[in-house]
Design a protein around this ligand. Structure first.
Ligand code: HEC
Length: 150
């Protein structure tokens, strides 16, 4: 009986370690998906601000609200277990010893997108230009420091 239990345990081991590996890769895919969704909406808002597509206050508001919610998501995907992922990632390894600064950039982003969402809905898009610009600067600051250029 003891032998049987041991055998069962040994059989389970590889399954468990496999699940673990998959788990940390899930975090990498998750954070990239969250950033991609955020980028999707943010780009369309930029096109409106720049006049490349017509400005629609309600659509802008809907997208700004989405970006504000989405900005709170990717942070969860930067767990230590993802340090040695073999998935393609643009995260610079510096982040792992400058996590406080990274978190600060994340907080700045959350703050800026909340402000943009609350201002969105304005009839005149020029009233949104500087708030949009301030949010874009938060993206850029973090990307310049922590995202590998492609
Ligand atoms: C706190 C840092 C930080 C902030 C702020 C930030 N990003 Fe990123 N972003 C990253 C990192 C790091 C990656 C790469 C993640 C990976 O590959 O694992 C990334 C990836 C992305 C991607 C996925 C595609 C690619 O180029 O890798 C998009 C799209 C993106 N960011 C858009 C934005 C937009 C838009 C904003 C602002 C509204 C923003 N990000 C703000 C750090 C940040």
């Amino acid at each position: 009986m003891k032998k049987l239990i041991m055998c069962a345990g040994l059989l389970l081991l590889p399954m468990l370690s496999n699940a673990q590996e998959q788990r940390s890769d899930d975090y990498v895919e998750y954070r990239q998906a969250a950033f991609n969704a955020m980028g999707w909406h943010f780009k369309k808002m930029g096109a409106m601000i720049q006049g490349r597509i017509p400005y629609d206050a309600a659509e802008f508001k809907r997208r700004a609200t989405a970006v504000s919610v989405l900005s709170k998501l990717p942070g969860e995907g930067f767990i230590d277990e993802t340090k040695n992922t073999e998935l393609p990632t643009r995260l610079k390894s510096e982040m792992w010893y400058q996590q406080e600064r990274f978190d600060q950039y994340m907080q700045n982003l959350i703050k800026a997108t909340a402000e943009l969402a609350s201002k969105a809905g304005a009839e005149d898009k020029d009233d949104l230009r500087s708030t949009y610009g301030n949010t874009a600067r938060q993206c850029k600051s973090c990307h310049d420091r922590f995202r590998e250029s492609s």
